[in-house]
Design a protein around this ligand. Structure first.
Ligand SMILES: *[C@@H]1O[C@H](CO)[C@@H](O)[C@H](O)[C@H]1NC(C)=O
Ligand SMILES: *[C@@H]1O[C@H](CO)[C@@H](O)[C@H](O)[C@H]1NC(C)=O
Ligand SMILES: *[C@@H]1O[C@H](CO)[C@@H](O)[C@H](O)[C@H]1NC(C)=O
Ligand SMILES: *[C@@H]1O[C@H](CO)[C@@H](O)[C@H](O)[C@H]1NC(C)=O
Length: 419
């Protein structure tokens, strides 16, 4: 485990605390940084909170050189009962005495999320250490409290109209502080005019025609039966005028969103989807995984493919929008793109806005004779592919707010099956 990157001045504080450090060793070289794991284990209260106040809301506590401030609680790692009591009459906030001899006041950014490790002394909450909230620090705290890492987010309960999805983790000890399930809202857009080319398949000859090789040869994903496994020689080919028939409009809509739930396998390259003109082969809009052309931080990026949205038109050349997301890590990802006003592209990855880009060279032009091709030369699992004639749908693929749930049934089953 690498040493925790704490706010620099905190190290000072740690050497002077008696509770958490091994006997004081005054020589700097041997000074030991106390890890996030140790703090998580030894502190009574650990929570994720954000700063939201102004500079002058820091309070100096008289006599001692100590500062107080308050955090709005985002979630609780440890000490849930104490935290519930503390926030009950304090508008969801906790007043925290900052570690002694420290200039947190100038180090805490506003607004920003932190993990606050503290102890309760005479009704006061004394912070031992405060670290920035990051996915990695979050994992380390939970792991120290006995939890496995999170499993994949499971499928959304509905394909449109607002559903839920969950992910779970296991307690690796007899019992753990915290919850074992997280839930979030997904596919929160209206079902009106939604196109799901993947679900067209099961019935009707029409669907059969579009699958290459034929449907019967397609493989469901063993650990995710709602998804299809695409191989380099398998793809779906749908004429735009067929898929948009029901909307009375035979061409690709001008403003739209494309939503995908996808798992890239074996660092595959290839085309995830492409809208391509029949008569003009050089006119298309494609989402492609291409091999990295430049590798700045060589070691890590060399292996991974680069995700690009490419818009080519026979007259005006090619526009490339790079999507800086590491999707080929073998996990499921949710990816949503929207295009509006024929030029503004917005990208969301795993419920979080990633970038907005304007097509510079020319506006998006998709000829009426376009076909939609899914999964060309691509190896991966595809669970969701939805097209909506509404650019606002992209940010409604899922919500980044995670609702903690304790699924006692799950916990109970695990114990009964162990014994
Ligand atoms: C927390 O601090 C604020 C600001 O000084 C104060 O108004 C509030 O009463 C305090 N809450 C508690 C529970 O001490
Ligand atoms: C991924 O690569 C492994 C090792 O080369 C291979 O066994 C496996 O079949 C590949 N998976 C797919 C879906 O192609
Ligand atoms: C090419 O660019 C010109 C000038 O910007 C524009 O008028 C025209 O519509 C573009 N054509 C295509 C196919 O995008
Ligand atoms: C759409 O794009 C055009 C040309 O780039 C711009 O003038 C117009 O203001 C845009 N409209 C909206 C609603 O963003």
């Amino acid at each position: 485990m690498p040493p925790t990157k704490l706010i620099p001045s905190i190290v000072l504080t740690l050497t002077s605390c008696t509770v958490f450090c091994s006997p004081l060793d005054t020589t700097e070289s041997t000074q030991r940084e106390v890890s996030i794991e140790e703090h998580a284990t030894s502190c009574e209260i650990v929570f994720r909170g954000n700063t939201f106040l102004r500079e002058n809301d820091f309070l100096r506590r008289s006599r001692e050189e100590q500062m107080m401030t308050y955090f709005r609680v985002v979630n609780t790692y440890k000490g849930a009962d104490a935290i519930d009591d503390l926030i009950a009459n304090n508008m969801g906030c906790i007043n925290v005495t900052l570690p002694r001899l420290d200039n947190y006041k100038s180090n805490l950014k506003i607004p920003k999320e932190y993990i606050i490790f503290c102890n309760l002394e005479n009704g006061e909450v004394n912070a031992v250490v405060i670290v920035e909230w990051t996915e990695n620090n979050d994992l380390r705290v939970w792991s120290a409290l006995g939890w496995s890492s999170w499993g994949e987010w499971l499928s959304c309960s509905v394909s449109c109209g607002g559903g839920i999805q969950q992910r779970s983790r296991r307690c690796r000890r007899k019992n753990c502080h915290g919850f074992n399930v997280e839930q979030r809202h997904c596919n929160i857009f209206s079902c009106e005019n939604i196109i799901n080319p993947l679900s067209k398949d099961r019935n009707g000859r029409e669907g059969h025609k579009s699958f290459h090789p034929p449907m019967e040869k397609w493989e469901r994903v063993p650990d995710r039966l709602s998804a299809w496994r695409l191989h380099p020689d398998s793809y779906i080919w749908l004429p735009a005028k067929e898929i948009f028939q029901q909307n009375g409009n035979q061409a690709f809509p001008k403003d739209f969103s494309v939503l995908l739930t996808v798992r890239i396998i074996n660092c595959s390259l290839g085309t995830i989807f492409s809208v391509r003109s029949r008569s003009r082969q050089d006119t298309y809009l494609s989402l492609e995984l291409t091999s990295q052309t430049t590798s700045l931080d060589s070691v890590e990026s060399e292996k991974s493919g680069e995700l690009k949205l490419i818009h080519a038109s026979s007259l005006n050349g090619t526009d490339v929008v790079r999507i800086p997301a590491n999707l080929d890590d073998g996990h499921w990802h949710q990816l949503a793109l929207s295009i509006r006003n024929e030029s503004v592209i917005e990208v969301y990855v795993d419920c979080v806005w990633l970038k907005t880009e304007i097509l510079r060279f020319h506006s998006l032009h998709l000829p009426d004779d376009s076909d939609l091709i899914i999964g060309y030369l691509f190896t991966g699992d595809l669970e969701q592919l939805s097209i909506l004639p509404d650019p606002k749908a992209a940010k409604l693929q899922c919500e980044d707010i995670r609702i903690p749930i304790t699924d006692f049934q799950e916990i109970f089953n695990r114990f009964s099956s162990k014994n």
